[in-house]
Design a protein around this ligand. Structure first.
Ligand code: AR6
Length: 342
């Protein structure tokens, strides 16, 4: 279910399987292929020699040897030839076939590099689009945590309208909110900044004005009993929305096991990103989000960029964890649904 875009070196990840962007021979090469063979040691090449190569778009699996990962899934991306040689379909099948192998080998955590985007010359933005869409489609139906590992911090989402809206919002409010904290004693200043903040959402049409797919709910009764704690409040909210648990944790991109843990432990205190993820899955407005945060002992902080991003997205009725995670990635902030947060 959860999908995270992270920065780093894939050979260092402690996951069930890492995916290698290999070539048809499967006998090693440069880029991420070279790095994986170096880190795994010579035994990996020995096993690869028994595999008889691999077709473009297909995948084969080996052990991980000296890597922290248990398995390496070797896939061969298409060489970019201008886009008219079936490259998008072949690239998508690299992800799907690798994920199918991972399922077959009962892998719960899988990490991909951005296949074909180096020596094979696939335009990076397009490669990212295909990777994101294909992985998200697969994990909708499969219980798996997938990482897309970007080598070196590269930007992918700065041209998107949501990033630009958030950026403007942060530019406008970040200093103001920081100043607000300093001037806490000055109630006139505080009232003024608060008024301006509220004006923002009241007078600007939200980005997403289409009708929500879930019926609006009168939360009054649900959120008035905040002493119930997070676990019970969340369950009441899910019941009030009339949705299945699975829809809620899938939309929140929260791991099923984490959800069960939260449900069975009335005292469970989730991380802040996890609370926000549920607020988004439940399509809460800002007031309701604040009430849910309060049940876990949090409030929205005016001097935290993470909180400002979430405030901006929820104020604009952006209820898509994937889109919000793209913005968080650009700001190098923890993403919602990340196990590392819990
Ligand atoms: N961790 C994560 N990503 C990495 C790492 C790393 N350690 N090293 C590089 N990348 P490439 P391709 C990124 O060229 O385009 C090989 O020689 C890199 O920044 O490794 O599919 C094979 O043998 C880029 O975004 O793979 C083939 O002949 C991405 O991994 C050929 O290259 C993929 O770049 C395959 O080319």
């Amino acid at each position: 279910m959860p999908f995270e875009i992270v920065n780093g070196d894939i050979t260092k990840l402690n996951v069930d399987a890492i995916v290698n962007a290999a070539n048809n021979t499967l006998l090693g090469g440069g880029g991420v292929d070279g790095a994986i063979h170096r880190a795994a040691g010579p035994e990996l090449l020995k096993e690869c020699m028994t595999l008889g190569g691999c077709e473009t778009g297909q995948a084969k699996i080996t052990k991980g040897y000296n890597l922290p990962a248990k398995y390496v899934i070797h896939t061969v991306g298409p060489i970019w030839q201008g886009g008219k040689a079936n490259e998008p379909e072949l690239l998508a099948s690299c992800y799907t076939n690798s994920l199918k192998l991972a399922t077959q080998y009962e892998c719960e955590t899988v990490a991909f590099p951005l296949i074909s985007s180096g020596a094979y010359g696939y335009p990076k933005m397009d490669a990212m689009e295909i990777a994101g869409e294909t992985i998200k489609e697969y994990i909708r139906e499969h219980d798996m945590h997938v990482f897309l590992v970007i080598f070196g911090h590269e930007s992918f989402f700065r041209n998107k309208p949501l990033y630009q809206t958030v950026q403007e919002y942060i530019e406008k409010h970040y200093n103001e909110f920081a100043a607000e904290a300093i001037c806490e004693g000055n109630s006139r200043y505080y009232a003024e900044t608060r008024r301006r903040r509220e004006w923002d959402f009241e007078n600007h049409p939200p980005l997403e004005s289409k009708k929500l797919s879930i019926e609006d709910v009168d939360w009054e009764e649900v959120i008035n009993q905040t002493d119930k704690g997070f676990s019970q409040t969340l369950q009441d909210m899910i019941a009030a929305r009339g949705i299945k648990d699975s829809k809620c944790y899938n939309d929140a991109q929260i791991d099923k096991r984490l959800f069960s843990k939260i449900k069975s432990d009335p005292q469970y205190r989730p991380s802040k990103p996890t609370v926000f993820a549920f607020a988004i899955a439940l399509h809460l407005n800002l007031k309701e989000t604040e009430a849910l945060l309060e049940t876990a002992g949090y409030s929205i902080s005016n001097s935290s960029k993470f909180d400002l991003i979430l405030r901006c997205c929820i104020g604009n009725r952006i209820y898509n964890v994937g889109q919000i995670n793209e913005v968080l990635y650009e700001y190098d902030l923890p993403q919602m649904g990340s196990v590392a947060n819990e």
